[in-house]
Design a protein around this ligand. Structure first.
Ligand SMILES: *Cc1c(COP(=O)(O)O)cnc(C)c1O
Length: 435
């Protein structure tokens, strides 16, 4: 077993001390603050392929991949060249460009679920806008959300299950009025009875049911196909729009996301992350009749100064062109299996209560590995083992996102050799924390 070295983190630590003077918690997005793992955030200087380097020149094999967008790895030459050649003509015009058409064509020509799309600048913005569209189209106010799914930080969705048996949500962030939270009905995942009861109770008041069809923001809570199919049926029967938030799963498990993977047709879909090739892009789409409600065609207002930004469109075009090639997703899945299988075998042999759950190229470290977990309340809330493992992995040159609730990603840039090496490192790190 390889022994772990102790990292020199002095430059990152100095930068973090400064950053704390500038930003709340020293960061511009909370999970980056390393609050649930040990140490302080590593400041990343550069990435190439499947590797990143921090400001102290420590090198890591990266399984965070910017939380999912980098499905081709860092600094992919095709994406890089397309960004640079586009940027030579200017960064933004606030007027239509040919590149928006190209990215839309690339997506819509292969996606049977949506007729039209609207580009914006983040996943949060896409979901917030699509939710307004769902309400505007149906003329109804309430929405169903599932506990454990994350949909960005718009007010209607920073809502958790209320206390007791009521389905009315309670805000999960200060600053969200309870009156907003009341419009969000929060249900447990994978629970058909709760869904039926809620729909009956709030008949004709529910605009849409929003779900991550592959919930991957709070562990990886794979849903039973029968549940997703029933959800589709119940929505249809009750005039509720089925809203698939595919900001993670879109272009990740298949080109047209979980809808394609499961063969289930949603009414409204949101994308983000991979769609922008590493630059900020979000999008929502639906059938023609629904999209006809969006301004300037219809009454649902939504706009953006930098929406459809040419450089971001260019990055998306370059990345999705690669993703659309035959066999792309199959190969990624095979790679992921080859990484996960030896680790799970090792854990089983040693009797560790640990298992890596995966779908496509998404994986999650489950520290209560002896059962299938489909809803958030089943997750082991004690993240101490993850915290220790995270440090052991950093010391051995493997970078995971700094939270045990987050998933990891395998990219096209992770070679079979790198994956085999990473699996060995993971086994060594598990031995170290369980010794
Ligand atoms: C990441 C994510 C979002 C939010 O996207 P941002 O670009 O971070 O605003 C929304 N929904 C899902 C499912 C996500 O994974």
């Amino acid at each position: 077993m390889e022994t772990a070295s102790i990292l020199n983190e002095s430059t990152s630590q100095g930068l973090f001390e400064k950053a704390k003077n500038y930003f709340p918690g020293g960061v511009n997005s909370p999970v980056r603050a390393f609050k649930s793992v040990s140490g302080t955030p590593l400041f990343i200087k550069k990435g190439d392929g499947c590797r990143i380097w921090d400001e102290d020149d420590n090198e890591f094999i990266d399984y965070c991949c910017s939380w999912g967008p980098l499905i081709l790895g860092h600094n992919n030459p095709k994406v890089y060249n397309k960004i640079v050649s586009t940027l030579q003509n200017g960064a933004s015009f606030g007027a239509p460009t040919r590149l928006e058409n190209e990215l839309a064509e690339l997506i819509l020509s292969k996606n049977p679920f949506i007729d039209k799309i609207r580009f914006c600048s983040s996943g949060t913005e896409a979901v917030m806008s699509a939710l307004r569209l769902a309400r505007g189209f149906t003329g109804k106010d309430k929405i169903i959300k599932f506990e454990g799914c994350y949909h960005g930080h718009s007010d209607s969705l920073l809502v958790k299950a209320g206390s007791g048996l009521v389905t009315f949500g309670a805000s999960s962030s200060a600053g969200v009025p309870e009156s907003f939270a009341k419009e969000t009905l929060v249900l447990p995942l994978n629970d058909l009875e709760a869904l039926k009861k809620c729909v009956l109770e709030h008949k004709d008041q529910i605009a849409c049911a929003i779900i991550e069809p592959i919930p991957a923001n709070n562990g990886l809570l794979l849903q039973e196909l029968s549940f997703l199919k029933s959800l589709r049926e119940i929505c249809t029967e009750n005039n509720i729009l089925l809203f698939f938030d595919e900001v993670i799963s879109g272009f990740r498990v298949a080109f047209s996301g979980a809808a394609e993977h499961y063969g289930i047709t949603p009414d409204i879909v949101t994308y983000g992350k991979i769609i922008g090739g590493g630059l900020p892009v979000g999008a929502y789409g639906a059938k023609k009749e629904i999209m006809a409600c969006v301004s300037p065609d219809g009454p649902v207002y939504q706009a953006g100064t930098l929406s459809g930004n040419p450089v971001a469109m260019a990055a998306g075009i370059a990345q999705l062109t690669e993703c659309s090639k035959p066999g792309f997703y199959k190969e990624l899945e095979e790679k992921t299996k080859s990484f996960v299988a030896p680790i799970n075998e090792h854990a089983k042999e040693k009797g560790f209560d640990f298992e890596i759950v995966h779908i496509g190229s998404i994986f999650w470290l489950n520290f209560a590995g002896k059962k299938t977990i489909r809803s958030s309340e089943e997750i082991n809330p004690d993240m101490t083992d993850f915290k220790h493992l995270h440090r052991e992995l950093l010391n051995r040159g493997v970078y995971l996102g700094p939270s045990g609730y987050e998933v990891g990603f395998v990219s096209e840039a992770h070679s079979p050799e790198i994956l085999a090496k990473s699996a060995q490192i993971m086994c060594d790190a598990l031995d170290a924390i369980y010794k």
